[in-house]
Design a protein around this ligand. Structure first.
Ligand code: ARG
Length: 231
């Protein structure tokens, strides 16, 4: 009805798995979700004349939530790939990423991805990392709900490596008190993050892309980038 139409014009319902610093996370004692994606989607919503209302949804529940129309967009460090593009529309790419590994500091056997054979690896469920390692021969894969769970499992010696997105691994090592672990240089893939929308929402896709373009042109994108990734 008209109430619903009014609502949709003002509020952009965003889904994100708030477990992926520095893209989306929540600091203790902070009420608002923080991170690069959070700042970017708030800026995009503002540009569109609406306000972002962000819901925390487990990563593997995001596309189902979009398909059920519980949310309008996903921003969650989500890699654009063919499999997902069957189910959702993606915006233009907004961040270049890739996959790396975290191992224990005293790890000698694992130096690159080819060394994973014969080892146990933890990944976040539903991610490109999970797909990648499940395709590797001789690798035992443990799928957990969040990257934090994966890092805990590594420290507890339940697994020998964590495969996860490079900027998240780097942030974990540098910004947190990551004791006893190190991230490796070897990079497995080049991935682009995109904002996802329902297949039947081409109008929203155009609005999001226009807003993203505007933010790149007016320097706002760079400001947000510098805030989270600048040195
Ligand atoms: N880039 C990877 C993927 O798309 C991982 C994303 C995980 N995001 C998150 N918020 N936990 O599969």
């Amino acid at each position: 009805g008209t109430d619903q139409a009014k609502q949709e014009a003002k509020v952009l319902r965003v889904g994100s798995a708030i477990d992926f610093a520095p893209f989306e996370f929540q600091d203790e004692g902070q009420k608002d979700y923080q991170g690069f994606d959070m700042d970017l989607i708030r800026a995009i919503a503002k540009e569109m004349g609406s306000e972002a209302e962000i819901q925390n949804i487990g990563f593997d529940g995001l596309i189902p939530a979009l398909q059920a129309k519980n949310i309008d967009v996903i921003i969650s460090g989500m890699t654009i790939n063919d499999e997902r593009a069957q189910k959702v529309n993606f915006s233009d790419p907004y961040y270049q990423s890739g996959l790396t590994m975290v191992v224990r500091s005293d790890e000698e056997a694992i130096k690159s991805f080819k060394d994973l054979k014969g080892h146990k690896v933890a990944v976040q469920i539903g991610t490109t990392s999970a797909n990648m390692v499940k395709d590797m021969e001789g690798v035992t894969v443990t799928e957990l709900n969040t990257p934090a769970d994966c890092f805990m499992e590594l420290k507890a010696r339940g697994v020998d490596a964590v495969v996860n997105d490079r900027p998240v691994n780097d942030y974990y090592i540098k910004q947190t008190q990551a004791v006893g672990v190190k991230s490796l240089e070897d990079k497995l893939s080049a991935e682009d993050y995109g904002i996802a929308m329902a297949k039947d929402n081409a109008d929203l896709q155009k609005k999001i892309n226009d807003a993203l373009k505007k933010l790149r042109e007016n320097g706002e994108y760079d400001k947000i980038y510098q805030k989270w990734f600048g040195t």
